[in-house]
Write a protein that binds this ligand. Sequence first.
Ligand code: B12
Length: 503
Amino acid sequence: MRVLLINSNRKSDVLAAPPIGLCYVATATQRAGHDVAVVDLCFQRRPIERVRRVVSEFKPEVLGVSIRNIDNCNMLHPRSYLEEIKAMLNEIRTFTDACIVVGGSGASIYPKGVLEYLEADYIVVSEGEEAFPRLLEHIESGICPEQAPGVGFKRDGQCILNPPALTRFGCTRADVGRWIDLRPYQAMGSSYTIQSRRGCRNKCIYCTYNQLLEGQALRLRDPRDVVDEIEEAISRYRPRSFEFVDSVFNDPLDHCGQVLEEIIRRPWKASFTAMGVSPRGLDAGFLQLMQRAGFNSFWVTPESASATMIRNYRKGFTLDDIVAAADAIRATKFTVLWDFLIGGPGETNHTLQETLDFILRDLVRDTRPPYYTINFFLGVRVYPGTTLWDVAMNQGFLSPKSDPLQQLWYVSPSLDLDQALAQMVEAARSCPEIISGIDEKYLELSGIARVLGKFFTVPKLYWRLMYAGNKMARKAALRISFDQRRIVNDIKRQLASQGYSLP
Ligand code: B12
């Protein structure tokens, strides 16, 4: 069949993400014998026109639309991408009768709702490499994919959703550089993306990874295959750096170590980074392995440095693990982004202060490098299927009428918000490392970065710019001041729109 795969993700600010998932599906679909074309709408000025042109030339029988994000996950400036995608699909339907299949992490978060809202013909939940070609066989032969794993569709007004079969991480390669034009991504500082494993065995109460996105069962890729893909990408596309997009990069530690050792064994040198690094096991030996493999930065996600909150979030590590990781990292030259999630169940102004004290004591340095960037998110996004969903329902943040396609949030009722903001702003004032997700004004910098990206090559570590910007602003006594009252009111307004009023 002629299959057109479309990357609908147009979030092209400092975090532009090459559509690695769609590329995996493209490789697998072509391998199954289909004619495949890919359209990346990320940087297209007139996306519909682009799709119209490709459709009229390629004449696809099936459109596979990748939905990476359903929204921007931002309580103060919520934005739904699904609305934009729906409008786009409606337009596309005016010039093609091709069957529409949606898939991707965004689609998998709440598949029933996404299928109904977008009125797509089919949805593929979780991994697409096997499910999508199998669905194509059904479409081609006109047989209903009644039992096809990971496939959802509507029949007689009912949504049928077959659970995905997440058994192995096959040896399909994404080969991102083959399917999309990497140049605009690279110009913005984005790295070449690589995945070494799937599945998440952590049980963090707010997280979706171990649900329909990846499931709990670990599926590890042969380290040699991972590094062969990197080697191929180096020789074909010469990216300036690679980024691992594994949900927890260093779990399991031994598999991650094998990948690092395999990189070290090869004759070439490359630069690497990773998001989602767990503090557990991040000791001097492991950091040295990362450094020898070519890592000079990573993104570590303790979420809290209060023993109570680490337990409440069910992070699966302890405060001692975080302190030990901070000590070990301090002895290296890594550039590190630390992420903290403030406001989960049980958060109080005291637990927040414990986190801030850790930051000011263990993360702030007088000498640089290394560079640290510390990011706070205030408020926790509530997704269906998570433990937090049930907690939020029991505490009245949600009701049975709540729509999971809307941005729904939880903020601990035991946290005095005015005081919390004062605490966070006070910490941020004394330390340029803290960029703070509560300061939505940083998002406006994305626009500037996009313009700059057109003329200059942005340094590959986009978030390091935030530290530099903060430091410059501080020197010029220009530190952006937070409108704390407005932020508190916006948070309360968001929660009120969910039917909850904070005390
Ligand atoms: C790595 C990651 C990041 C990295 C990206 C680094 C990079 N250079 O790409 C960083 C930290 C920068 C990031 C940023 C953001 N992220 Co993020 N990220 C992830 C993560 C952990 C993995 C994504 C990934 O690459 N997976 C690997 C690929 C291979 O898997 P995949 O994309 O799911 O593809 C498979 C299937 O989905 C399917 N598939 C995919 N496309 C298609 C298409 C068709 C037709 C079919 C049939 C199947 C199919 O098959 C693929 C292969 O099996 C996911 C969570 C997760 N575990 O999935 C969140 C996730 C995608 N991110 C999320 C969000 C919200 C964001 C941000 C918007 C956050 C923010 N406010 O800035 C930004 C958006 C960035 C952007 N420009 O889009 C959310 C999206 C949910 C939502 N609310 O919409 C997720 C799901 C996390 C969550 N909260 O649950 N992210």
